[in-house]
Ligand binder design. Structure first.
Ligand code: FAD
Ligand code: DLZ
Ligand code: SF4
Length: 507
């Protein structure tokens, strides 16, 4: 007999390791372990979601005829690590070896590879592109542009295709998906589930063991099995998808979710299948229920961005997470952990991260990410923060988004220019600035929006690297046209502001 490892983010009945093995003779190993629960201080909601979903999935496998050796976090025998549990179970069941599906993190791949057990690793084919597919696409290209990869994925899956042409004649409708914040939102938000006995038990455990981690454990409303996740998906397709595209980039003080799908945590843990989700969205378009810009935009995020960032993570190798092309070294400010800040946009993004273990893409990229880049925060600290605080965060998807897309720390593999903006972008896309202590219109002075000061500070300090970037020429020509006195005033105020940040003032 063999052991079949199922990790917390591999909760899919068609997992390659399960397909390879035999329920009549092999034993599934699942384990809640301290090492996985603490390599970063995960948000309590994320841990509770995974443990509850793992317990439900183990029940599902047992009903399906599998023998499951499940270790709970507080089992006295628990060795505290995935490899420790495999070794313990191997000796208990006299197993000939272990079969597993490749984990989504180099750290765990290395640990499993080093185990003193005969083991067999299988590709994770829950993704549309294999490592070989991605490498074949990337080979010989000067720039790895997501857009071209995405078109291949459209052809491969047949999603939104009209013969060999893209539905509607265009591959990408992003241009229509940048509307500023609406006055009101007519979607009530994600479907919320009442915790059952399994969830309550897990919530008590997580409160005891991880109660001091950043983040609110309750109220807990996530789906914890595929049935619930599908209900949530159907609810969103009906109410949220039609306007998802239009307001994808918008942010509002009083709406944490707007029209977003909140499907990342379910996709990444394996409760939902990416193709199933995209096909459901396409069916809504074909039935005339949702417009093409919304459905194409959503499908692009999943078969485009999600697959693309995974390809980059595995192609670039284990050192990707420690890259720091811009040499940034400032410590992550306490405001990321909820300390008071006068910047309303940061306060709002962090607060909803604390309550929901969620912020949407533009909050992650253009608020917390943009600020970390402009202020020169150490990429490793930023990476570990994102990996900890979001319910959908696993290194394969988080690191390329943070190190690459947001911080440009990979020297431009993912982004052709840094995603930086002054306060103006946030003002255009949200209602945050109206209730902020800073004034977004002020470029200098005591009340000037810090994004306005730091934007020029960033461009000035990285001039050597970016001045010749054709996509940044306009920014530098505006800076160059300013008189020396004004430049000195901006840079001096930015330095002062950063000094205040560093000594822990409420800025
Ligand atoms: P929707 O807006 O409804 O989008 C649908 C789905 O598309 C998402 O659930 C996700 O599966 C996929 N998707 C969208 N954008 C991306 C992207 N850039 N990369 C990969 N998949 C994408 N996504 C994660 O799944 N885990 C992370 O840890 C993560 N960290 C991020 C960190 C930063 C700095 C940035 C800029 C983005 C990050 N993203 C991450 C991508 C994106 O922000 C989230 O997938 C999205 O906000 C999840 O919310 P949603 O399910 O409501 O997504
Ligand atoms: C994120 C996570 C957490 C918090 N806990 C566990 C756990 O106790 N057991 C487990 O099998 N997996 C857990 N995970 C998910 C793993 O960290 C994840 O499989 C790797 O990071 C690879 O993506
Ligand atoms: Fe953020 Fe600046 Fe707007 Fe305040 S004024 S909310 S700091 S962008």
């Amino acid at each position: 007999m063999r052991l079949v490892l199922v990790l917390g983010d591999q909760l899919s009945p068609n997992l390659s390791a399960l397909r390879k093995c035999d329920k009549a003779s092999d034993v599934v190993v699942m384990a809640e372990v301290g090492d996985e629960a603490s390599y970063v201080p995960h948000h309590p909601k994320k841990i509770a979601f995974l443990f509850a979903a793992m317990r439900k999935f183990a029940d599902h496998l047992r009903r399906d005829g599998w023998q499951v050796a499940y270790t709970r976090l507080d089992d006295p025998e628990n060795t505290g690590s995935i490899t420790g549990e495999l070794i313990r179970r191997a000796s208990e069941h006299k197993a000939a070896g272990v079969v597993y599906t490749e984990p989504g993190e180099w750290r765990l791949i290395a640990a499993l590879g080093d185990m003193p057990l005969k083991s067999h690793s299988l590709p994770d084919d829950r993704f549309i592109a294999s490592h070989a597919d991605f490498d074949a696409w990337a080979e010989g290209r000067k720039q790895l542009r997501m857009e071209y990869f995405y078109r291949d994925m459209r052809r491969k899956t047949g999603l939104l295709m009209d013969g060999d042409q893209p539905e509607g004649g265009k591959w990408n409708y992003d241009h229509d998906n940048r509307k500023p914040a609406p006055d009101s939102v007519d979607y009530a938000g994600p479907m919320q589930f009442t915790p059952d006995e399994t969830v309550e038990e897990v919530l008590d455990l997580v409160a005891r063991r991880f109660g001091n981690n950043f983040g609110d454990l309750r109220p807990f409303w996530f789906a914890i099995d595929t049935g619930q996740a599908r209900q949530h998906l159907a609810h969103w397709i009906k109410g949220g998808l039609p306007k998802f595209g239009d307001y994808q980039d918008a942010m509002l003080n009083d709406h944490k979710f707007l029209y977003h799908g909140i499907v990342g945590l379910y996709l990444n843990a394996g409760l939902l299948d990416p193709l199933e989700v995209c096909q459901a969205a396409e069916a809504a378009y074909r039935a005339g229920h949702a417009p093409l810009n919304a459905v194409e935009g959503f499908i692009r995020q999943i078969i485009g961005w999600r697959e693309y960032v995974r390809g980059i993570y595995f192609r670039e190798g284990p050192d990707y997470v420690s890259r720091n092309a811009l040499g940034h070294s400032r410590k992550l400010p306490a405001m990321y952990w909820g300390a008071p800040t006068k910047m309303n946009c940061i306060a709002k993004a962090v607060d909803q991260t604390k309550t929901e273990a969620y912020a949407h893409h533009i909050q992650r990229l253009m608020v917390t990410g943009n600020f970390a880049l402009l202020a020169g925060i150490d990429p490793v600290e930023v990476h570990e923060w994102y990996l900890a605080v979001y319910a959908d965060a696993y290194e394969w998807v988080e690191a390329p988004n943070v190190i690459g897309m947001s911080l440009f720390a990979d020297d431009g593999i993912i982004a052709s220019k840094p995603y930086i903006s002054s306060g103006n972008y946030i003002h255009k896309m949200s209602d945050y600035c109206g209730t902020c202590a800073y004034r977004v219109q002020d470029k200098t002075g005591a009340d000037a929006c810090p994004f306005n000061l730091l934007y020029w500070h960033f461009l000035n300090r990285h001039r050597d690297r970016f001045a010749s970037n054709p996509r940044m020429g306009n920014m530098y020509s505006v800076w160059d046209k300013m008189d020396a006195e004004r430049k000195a005033l901006i840079l001096g105020q930015a330095d002062k502001w950063l000094e205040h940040l560093e000594i822990g003032k409420n800025v």
